[in-house]
Design a protein around this ligand. Structure first.
Ligand SMILES: [Zn+2]
Length: 342
């Protein structure tokens, strides 16, 4: 989903970076992958009659390092025409400019259900063609300077994108990876960073396949298992399992002792998560534990160590982790990924 408050923090930076004074971290062009990686057709803002942005578009003089996949959370329309593609692009731009008061569309690119690829934020297309700079978007707070954002029209909680949309997404991701030397394993979903359902459970579940197909297009197939990476499970009301129980212990460690560590994401757990989010001023106060709240929960200092240890034990019932040291953040993520019941 395009992120309703994604510019809250990035707006502070916007005025600083307009002409490329920011250096650093450019990988050599040779890092780009093999020959024959072609751009899919992309409609520039002019082609879909976008409105002019209301301010100067921030362009960073360095390459993005990852791609973030979103769904628009709009209806799964049957109309696959170019007109329908332009319609959704304009609706999003109007929403972002008129309701959110952003300077332009938030995401860098949009892909319609019919497989049309459209430039989102102005300049994103030319800058991508150049391969050395990045247009700062407003699609995922904290990632907008580093990540290219792609909105895929539709709602993919139970359904996956239609073939023509999927193929264009794969080809666009491959082209972006090629232009910037981004590894296909650096393709993620919005929920990897925020407490959001985006890009939908069904779509998120096939991101490993996307990474693998993108690597194939680049001519550098991924080794067995490399397309699947550790990720924070997105827990919500009704979720069950070890990850829920671990979260409940971590909430208790943080002082929210109304929560019972029963492995069921019940009403009390929802209330505790909301209270936790409020206290930590997360972007959304929504009772979801995702890519923003998990890292806070597992790295909290000064909590009840006994509860933290119980959280670890909930994830390692066979005692695989020795209790001498608490897990680091990547180890937490790995342990939580292993829970088969999100
Ligand atoms: Zn999103």
């Amino acid at each position: 989903m395009w992120d309703p408050t994604a510019t809250r923090r990035t707006v502070l930076l916007a005025g600083l970076v307009l002409t490329g004074a920011i250096g650093g971290l450019i990988r050599p062009a040779e890092a780009s992958a093999g020959p024959g990686v072609k751009s899919p057709p992309i409609m520039g803002c002019g082609a879909w009659r976008a409105r002019e942005p209301s301010d100067v578009i921030p362009v960073w003089d360095r390459r993005p390092v990852r791609i973030i996949v979103h769904h628009t959370a709009t209806p799964n329309v049957e109309d696959l025409s170019r007109n329908a593609a332009e319609f959704v692009a304009r609706k999003i731009q109007d929403f972002h400019m008129d309701q959110r008061h952003w300077i332009d569309t938030g995401q860098n690119f949009t892909i319609s259900r019919g497989g049309y690829v459209l430039e989102g934020r102005h300049r994103s297309l030319d800058v991508l063609r150049g391969g050395t700079q990045h247009v700062e978007g407003a699609h995922c707070t904290g990632q907008n300077v580093e990540a290219v954002g792609i909105e895929n029209e539709g709602t993919y909680s139970t359904l996956t994108p239609p073939d023509q949309q999927w193929e264009r997404l794969r080809d666009l991701c491959a082209y972006i990876c090629h232009q910037y030397g981004i590894e296909p394993t650096e393709i993620g979903g919005h929920r990897d960073f925020k407490d959001t359902l985006c890009p939908g459970d069904a779509f998120y579940a096939i991101l490993p396949r996307l990474r693998g197909e993108v690597a194939d297009v680049l001519g550098e197939p991924l080794p067995e298992g490399a397309a699947r990476r550790a990720s924070w499970p997105l827990l919500r009301s009704g979720s069950e399992g070890r990850a829920v129980q671990a979260a409940q212990h971590l909430l208790r460690a943080a002082g929210l002792t109304d929560v019972e560590p029963n492995g069921r994401f019940d009403e009390r757990t929802v209330a505790a998560v909301r209270a936790y989010q409020q206290a930590h001023r997360t972007e959304e106060i929504n009772g979801l534990i995702g890519g923003e709240t998990w890292p806070l929960l597992v790295t909290a200092q000064g909590g009840d160590d006994g509860e933290v240890a119980l959280a670890v034990r909930a994830l390692t019932p066979d005692g695989a982790v020795r209790a001498a040291a608490l897990p680091g953040i990547e180890e937490w993520k790995r342990l939580l990924s292993a829970d088969p019941r999100p």
